[in-house]
Structures are given as structure tokens and as C-alpha cells.
Design a protein around this ligand. Structure first.
Ligand SMILES: C[S@@+](CC[C@H](N)C(=O)[O-])C[C@H]1O[C@@H](n2cnc3c(N)ncnc32)[C@H](O)[C@@H]1O
Length: 276
């Protein structure tokens, strides 16, 4: 079992990386750096997701949304919602009588989520708001389900964010965490290394160049995008193993903790219930 994040000293107690790019290579950034990074890559984020996963990311979010076990009229919160795709999946399940709130601390990502909400067919009620996962602006027990998709790995203080997610859930409510994980067995472990360490940062550079051309007026910082997609594989490496994440969820007093892995062990979806 890999060391859980709770054993890693918080960033503020460790020697600071000499530059943000060092921290990116180590896969650990302070919250303000994470926010700036996602503001920088917001315009290429959806394109990169589809390129990196050959479009499979939609299927993984649909699976995560199913595990939230929402009914029509339900209330759900999607934390670190980014450009909103998981929130839209949840809204398709809660329907017009329900409510899904997607929160994020990157205005750049939220702007894209809101634009997508305006452009899509009406399938359930969804709204996007600014919030920091470490301090959610909602009362206790406000939601039936709280999800986070590919966001938890970026939290500066994951246990604190998890306890916030649990706080806003009603007794019996569901937590779902969708994340990239590191496959242990060959050949997938070798492919994973090659793809994430070598190909993904280059793809980031290409996507930035392509977007710069198509958007013309919007100059995209290609090196900044490549650095963000260097941070991605490093952050996956220092993230919990599925077992260690389950142990962290247990420490947060969750019950019925379970996880599935998919895409050959590259993606893990954890789910749990708040004790009634
Ligand atoms: C990799 S994106 C995931 C976006 C989306 N959930 C998805 O499924 O594609 C990670 C998101 O987490 C957000 N994030 C990271 N730390 C956060 C925090 N403490 N509070 C709110 N949002 C946070 C970032 O701004 C970014 O939009």
C-alpha cells in the first residue's frame, strides 16, 4: 500500500520549491498555484480530456454519477466542477425538480461551465458558483450526494476538503470520488508511464498551439500549458492508492466504502455513505 497523503507533511511545513515549475514536477502545488494553473489551461481543458482519454472520460463520469444514486428531485453538489461535465451528468439524474450545484475556485473553468450550461439542452437544473473546497459555503446536511471528479488530487489539504464534503451531506447521503490512479501491473503500468510522463506534456503544448490558432485573439501560454500537463502525471504519482484513499474515507467517518477501477486500472471511482 502506498503512503497516504496524510503522512506527507503539509506544504507550508516543508522547504519551498525554488520555483513553481519544481513544485509542478513534484505534483504538489499550493491552492493559489492550482487556481492560477487551471485559469491558464481552461481554454484547452476539454480538448485535452478528450484527446488524452480518446473520449472515454464521459463514460467514467457517467459511472461516477450512477454511484451517487440520485433520484429525480434530488440535490447534489459537484466539488471542483471545472468545466462542469460531472455536474451535467448529475443533473440528468436529478431532473428538472432537482438541483445540482457545481463549485470551483477557478473563474476561468467556471466561465466555461456556465457557457456550456447556456448552450446545452435543458436536462435538469444546474448552477455554477465560486467556492473553495476547503470551506464550502453551504449549511450542514444540505445535499443528497457530493461528488468530485479529477479534482481531489489537486486539493492542497484533501482530508479537510473531504470533511467539508461529508459535513454538507445529509445522513445516508453519498460521496463519490473519481480519480486517475496508477496501475501497478505491466503492461499497463509501462504504458501509463510512457503516456502520462512523455506524451501528455507534449499533447498539452500541441493543444495550446491549436487553440491559439483557432481563437486568434486569445494568446495561450504553450509552456504554461505544457507545465500543467507535467504536473498532471506527477500529481497522479503522489495520489493515494485505492486502498489508502478508502482508509482516508474511513477516517472521515464514512461507511459502506467501496471502489471500482476501470480503463485497465487507470481510473478509480470510490463511493461511500454518510452514517445515518
Ligand atoms: C482536473 S480539474 C477537474 C474538473 C472536473 N471536475 C472534471 O471532471 O473535469 C480540477 C479542478 O479542481 C479545481 N480545484 C482544485 N482545488 C480546488 C479547491 N480547493 N476548491 C475548489 N476547486 C478546486 C480546479 O480549479 C479545477 O477546475
Amino acid at each position: 500500500m502506498r503512503t497516504s497523503n496524510s503522512n506527507v507533511p503539509p506544504l507550508r511545513n516543508r522547504p519551498r520549491a525554488s520555483a513553481s515549475s519544481d513544485a509542478q514536477v513534484q505534483g504538489r502545488l499550493e491552492a493559489a498555484e492550482v487556481r492560477a494553473m487551471f485559469d491558464r489551461i481552461a481554454s484547452v481543458y476539454d480538448l485535452m480530456n478528450s484527446t488524452m482519454t480518446a473520449g472515454l472520460h464521459h463514460r467514467w463520469r457517467a459511472r461516477a454519477a450512477d454511484l451517487a444514486r440520485l433520484r429525480g428531485g434530488g440535490r447534489a453538489l459537484d466539488v471542483a466542477t471545472g468545466t462542469g461535465d460531472l455536474a451535467f451528468e448529475l443533473a440528468a439524474r436529478t431532473g428538472d425538480d432537482g438541483l445540482v450545484v457545481g463549485v470551483d475556485f477557478s473563474e476561468g473553468m467556471l466561465a466555461r461551465a456556465r457557457a456550456k450550461a447556456r448552450g446545452r439542452e435543458h436536462r435538469g437544473s444546474v448552477r455554477f458558483e465560486w467556492a473553495d473546497a476547503a470551506s464550502l459555503p453551504f449549511p450542514d446536511h444540505a445535499f443528497d450526494a457530493v461528488t468530485v471528479g479529477f479534482g481531489a488530487r489537486n486539493f492542497e489539504d484533501f482530508p479537510r476538503c473531504l470533511s467539508e464534503m461529508v459535513r454538507v451531506l445529509r445522513p445516508g447521503g453519498r460521496v463519490v470520488i473519481l480519480e486517475i490512479t496508477t496501475p501497478r501491473r505491466p503492461p499497463l503500468s509501462s504504458f501509463h508511464r510512457l503516456w502520462f510522463d512523455r506524451a501528455v506534456p507534449q499533447l498539452g503544448r500541441l493543444a495550446a498551439a491549436a487553440q491559439s490558432l483557432s481563437l486568434r485573439a486569445e494568446q495561450i501560454d504553450g509552456e504554461g500549458v505544457a507545465a500543467a500537463y507535467t504536473y498532471l502525471p506527477s500529481s497522479v504519482k503522489r495520489w493515494y492508492s485505492p486502498q489508502a484513499l478508502a482508509a482516508e474515507m474511513e477516517r472521515a467517518s464514512l461507511s459502506q466504502i467501496a471502489w471500482i477501477t476501470t480503463a485497465g486500472g487507470i481510473v478509480a471511482i470510490h463511493s461511500a455513505t454518510v452514517v445515518e
